[in-house]
Design a protein around this ligand. Structure first.
Ligand code: SAM
Length: 284
């Protein structure tokens, strides 16, 4: 079968599965399957796929029709201009997390530390640490995650980014493995979905993404932040940066708590949808 025909069939299948942007998604899947730029599909509608390519594409469309996220199917996601490997068991990096990277880079450009170190707590695919280190060439980093699966993927991304000598990846509980006063910045996008928000999540997230990466307990939603902030108090140098991505619901609560946990001048930054997204402060 040829490109044009396959796209039309895939579009119909995805639309029937309730996917809004069925044409766009069919094109993304076919382009990834062929290793092409999307625009090339329009230029070569009569291009015939091999049997193998066609079987693979049909399998991908079937998976997407069951609402599996595209990055898990193609095993690729884009973050801060970098192509990352992703897979089941690791959170797909989100565009709003880029705000945390921007904040760090702005702040880092104004600092004069000797051999500075950033910590990415809950490193997942490595998105935050890798994007920061790619743009802050004097910095080294440590990425920590409890999940062995996430760390396997983070190692792949570290190698692809050429950061093996600058980014240490370790398995552990938040910052517990780190010594005192070793870090100049602690960045984290910890879980922040409340159990009462779970049912409203799209099936792509609720069915496929790791719960460990998403859910916080309703009786104590600030638990991961408190744990991290109290650990960061020990691990950071004076005036070091602590910055979290969070939900608009938790952001004001978190900003209010940070001074009680030893951090000064808490501030909130809004994302491109004008929602309170990043909360940050500095060690006293
Ligand atoms: C929301 S995901 C963020 C992943 C990645 N930093 C990103 O922004 O795409 C949270 C990550 O924290 C990790 N995590 C959850 N609880 C943890 C804990 N107690 N200690 C270390 N990592 C933890 C999860 O495995 C997951 O990879």
């Amino acid at each position: 079968m040829v490109v044009g025909e396959l796209l039309a069939r895939a579009q119909a299948r995805l639309r029937a599965a309730g996917i809004d942007e069925a044409r766009r998604e069919a094109e993304i899947l076919l382009a990834a399957c062929l290793g092409w730029e999307r625009a090339r599909l329009t230029a070569y509608p009569e291009h015939a796929l091999t049997e193998r390519q066609q079987r693979r594409f049909e399998c991908w469309v079937r998976r997407r029709a069951q609402r599996e996220p595209i990055p898990y199917i193609t095993r690729r996601a884009w973050f801060y201009g970098l192509e990352l490997v992703v897979g089941r068991g690791v959170l797909v990096p989100r565009p709003e997390t880029e705000l945390l990277v921007e904040l760090f880079l702005e702040w880092a450009a104004t600092q004069k530390f000797d051999s500075p170190i950033l910590i990415d707590a809950g490193v997942g695919s490595g998105a935050i640490a890798i994007a920061c280190l790619k743009h802050a060439s004097l910095w080294g980093g440590v990425g920590i995650d409890r999940s062995g699966r996430a760390l396997r993927i983070a190692r792949i991304n570290r190698r692809r980014a050429g950061l093996e000598s600058r980014l240490l990846l370790i398995q552990g509980e938040w910052l517990s493995a780190l010594c005192s006063r070793v870090a100049h910045a602690v960045l984290s996008n910890p879980p922040y979905v409340l159990p009462d928000e779970w049912d409203a999540l799209p099936p792509e997230v609720a069915r496929y993404e790791p719960r460990l990466a998403l859910l916080v307990p309703s009786e104590d939603p600030l638990r991961p932040y408190r744990h991290l902030a109290l650990d960061a108090r020990r691990v950071l140098v004076p005036s070091g940066l602590l910055a979290f991505e969070t939900s608009p619901r938790l952001a004001p609560l978190l900003a209010e708590q940070l001074p009680r946990w030893g951090f000064k001048n808490p501030q909130i930054r809004r994302d491109y949808s004008n929602r309170e997204r990043v909360v940050y402060a500095y060690l006293e």
